[in-house]
Design a protein around this ligand. Sequence first.
Ligand code: C2E
Ligand code: MG
Ligand code: MG
Ligand code: MG
Length: 285
Amino acid sequence: AMYTAKERQSGVEVYDPAADGHDRGRLVLLSEFRRALAQGDLVVHFQPKVALATGAVTGVEALVRWAHPTRGLLGPGEFVPAVERTGLIEPLTDRVLDLALAQARAWAAQGLEVPVAVNLSARSVHRGDLPDRVLAALAGHGVPAGMLCLELTETALLTEPERARDVLTRLRAAGIRISIDDFGTGYSSMGRIRHLPVDEIKIDRSYVAALAECAEDAALVRSAIDLGHRLGLTVVAEGVEDDGTAASLQALGCDVGQGYLFGRPLPADELTRWLTGRRPAALPG
Ligand code: C2E
Ligand code: MG
Ligand code: MG
Ligand code: MG
């Protein structure tokens, strides 16, 4: 490995002369990313979460994009994994929180009450300063804690679970919702989930996609919904792409769906049009 555990933890980038082309590419990416943070080149798109029974919008998820000066709009898959291995993930999290909460505030000013969800990297969940940073961001934008949901993966909870639990407990005590993203892809046992301070699980789209065709996937989705409900959690299905899948999920009692069927991630102004076009009752005046 290129870094010692201590260097990884401190987020310090150490140049290794033996680094191959791949590592050099990564260093270029990270130095460009630093500039993107400074220049404000990160943007967020928003994807709706929809109540399956009523079609009501229950919130939107903020998904980061990088408006790269030469490579165009980059999705998170192209830079978040590299950034996550450095201390730069914390400024990324703070920036996305800032953008998402500013938008939530703008929507509220237009009479649209739209809770926003922000993704956390596994690493952020182990930082003791996370609750204070999140609460400062909420206060700075004048957004109530109940309007924010934080999504984190099971992996985040498996490493240093005590630390993660402490951070989540403090966030949740402040009124922030906690969601377990990509549920089913980690190794959470029923016993583990039971003791975690969470409000929602999001069933991974790899299980949702083939729900209608694959009996095993259907069984898994059904048991995730049952588990979630037994624990009093909201159950969300991600990657809902067609009516048949939405109907199956609704029949299984799943609460909320997210996916291209309902809406793709959109820039804020386009999502505002989508929201107001869909829910005229929420328009001001
Ligand atoms: P995620 O949080 O599970 O987000 C869902 C991903 O699935 C998004 O990809 C979304 O565009 C995509 N998606 C939504 N509906 C559908 C569908 O119906 N079909 C298909 N095929 N895909 C769908 P995206 O935006 O590329 O984000 C990928 C991942 O990057 C996210 O997965 C999340 O783990 C991570 N990510 C995104 N934004 C952030 C961020 O601000 N911070 C951190 N740490 N990670 C982020
Ligand atoms: Mg997510
Ligand atoms: Mg997900
Ligand atoms: Mg996913």
